[in-house]
Design a protein around this ligand. Sequence first.
Ligand SMILES: [Zn+2]
Length: 332
Amino acid sequence: MQFKNIIGHEKEINILKNAVICGKVGHAFLFSGPAGVGKRLTAFAFGGALNCKNFNGDACGECPDCRLLGTGNHPNLIFVSPTDKDGNEAPDGLVKIDRVREIQNLLRFKADGRKVVIVDGADRMQPVAANAFLKTLEEPPEGSVIILLSSCATGLLPTMVSRCQKINFRPLPKGAVAAFLSKHKGLKTDDAEMIAAQSCGSIATALKSMDGAGERRGVLERLVQLAPGDIDGALKLAEELSKRDDLDDILELIKTWHRDVAVSSVCEARFAANPFSAAPEGLIKELCARFSAVEGARRDIMPPRYANKQLTMEALMLRLIESKPAVHGRLG
Ligand SMILES: [Zn+2]
């Protein structure tokens, strides 16, 4: 993995690159931020940069070290996570003390290059394992670099956090996620943008929600095209929705659509030449109220409430077709 292959996070990557260039690399880092935005890939690229013999702002990808790093078998790169070697997560989802001891042993041997330990899910360590690992962070073996990855940094021991240089990874821009989906998954622009809008800036979330995305968009289109006051159409759609396994994803999509229409209405008004064409306040209020109605319905059918799905969807669909002409017919 090389820095050049990572999407976004230019500022964060520059901090790491410059540390390698200046020869001033700290011994411990905490990469925090949402899951699926590139923390782990950046940690691997950083590990590569620290071990490549031809480092020139990025790992070369071709020297023997880079090639070995690419196979995942380089002795200087140690990866730890709550999953075992076969990718199975531990039943309790925690990193065990035995694994921490194993790392501590590996770090005792002097390395040609820099030993890099990447701990994925650093907030998910057995308490005894976290305490043992704290000792390694307090007295790191010479030349080693420890990178903690966490999407829930509040779950880390404060004493661990205070020993680390913090690098915060923000959600990726919607356009970057959509471009990734188009380029690597061959999605059409409309579908890529729709999934990206719901991904919260996470490629992992976007990949998970790819299944059935086109079909969900079709459901949204039908809802948007329902004529105001079309009670029969609304009840039919409500019945269909209540039987779907991906109802939660659909409701999330309907919410996102209302938010996007509100945002685009405000933006259009701001850039309009005629000040009298400002987005009507009533429209924005109505979109916000509908957004809240969808979120309310979503919560009602989830635990612990478990409201009747069909009745909840009927009430929601009837609410969404109330006559507000400015909203209807605007999709995308
Ligand atoms: Zn190299």
